[in-house]
Design a protein around this ligand. Sequence first.
Ligand code: HEC
Length: 421
Amino acid sequence: MAIVAPENLLLVKFVLILIFFIHLPFVGVMIGGSAVSMLFEIYGRLERRPHYRRFADQLLARTTHNKGLALLIALAVALNLLFLQAAYPPAGLSPRFALAVLLPLTAGLAGIYLYRYLLPTRLAAPLAFPLGLASVGAMLLAYFVLLCGAALLLRPDEWPHLSGQPWLLLSWNGAAKFLQFFALSLAVSGAGILLHGANLCRRPKVDADFCRFVKRSGATLALAAVLAWPLILLFDLYTLPVFARSGYLYILSAVALVIGLATAGLLLTSLENPRAKLAAPVIVCCLTLFLGWILSDHLAREQTLNEQTIAAKELMRSAFIAKQPAETPAAAIEGDKTPAVDQGKTVFERVCSACHHFDRRVVGPALQEVLPGYAGNLEGLKAFIRDPQKRNPDYPPMPKLGLAEEEIDAVARYLLRTIGD
Ligand code: HEC
């Protein structure tokens, strides 16, 4: 896709979020619904439980009732890839990456429909079950690759090396995003099953036993997923690269946790009181969690890929390269001639100025606002530069800079002197 004009970039990103939001819950239900259906079908046959098999058949029929849906999903994912590329062209997600997503996805989608077709035949046990499980696995693989790609967008330093080392695509953060997708998919699927059960119970000639069984299964599945999800969210935040973090992201995550808790509360109520009509609110909550997840993913990308952060990283890298010869003896002798404060100024200009100006916010806060807090506290300032701690939720954390002890001393003295300490 051609490079997008800057004034259209906002629109492109908006559409990107929209595509994510529209297709992820659908795929989630497709994957979650068919996986649950297969497990119940197999278990129902082994244990000869008619309820289980009836439930499994209904569930499969629901998730695959529309062949157009599979096409739409494949189309949405292809669009998703195009828009990712258009919104973040420097990342250069390659055609090979697109294939690694689209091939398993289409194979998986086709496999699930084939499974449905084979299930009532005598081939069910030898052919249909392995095929069905492999199809769900293939779809999960497609999303694993896609979400690892999304996580890779947060590590621009690795983009240039990717073509020679495709395994760089894998990361803990990618795995965390995939687990979030999986947990949320099971939650929406459970919520959908709960709704289906509620509809069954409302029919005139109800099999009360069966419809309650369906509702209970849905609520239990969704509850397990919603309870496991906060741990995965924390894992995601923990593995997020430093530059991707921001105050907004933490706030959004906190709101999502509250919604997750509320959803768990609704599900518990519906398990205890089967008459409660909570399926619709549970679905809304699960969709909100999906939306929250997609938005935080977007925030993390924007935080990482904004021009200032990239420029800062560039500068840090060149500062790192420039530092190498400074450690040779010749440079050390030259360094002796210059007073420490001058050296401090040099360090400041070389390293800190990428992220700090005195009078205005850049990546980090304006120094005239934070330095007075260190007046008379040279050691405190040195300790912070040596090992920066998270301070202000409005900013990403300051990274460890790996400066030599004399450089830290020099820059701290220089800064405190400039504020007249
Ligand atoms: C890559 C960007 C970056 C670089 C380079 C950088 N900083 Fe920071 N700095 C930050 C960010 C972001 C914060 C805000 C951290 C927070 O509030 O958690 C910060 C915060 C600070 C603070 C305020 C601490 C507080 O108590 O609130 C001081 C002082 C500081 N930096 C000094 C320096 C010095 C000195 C250097 C150079 C040796 C430097 N920084 C290099 C990004 C950077």
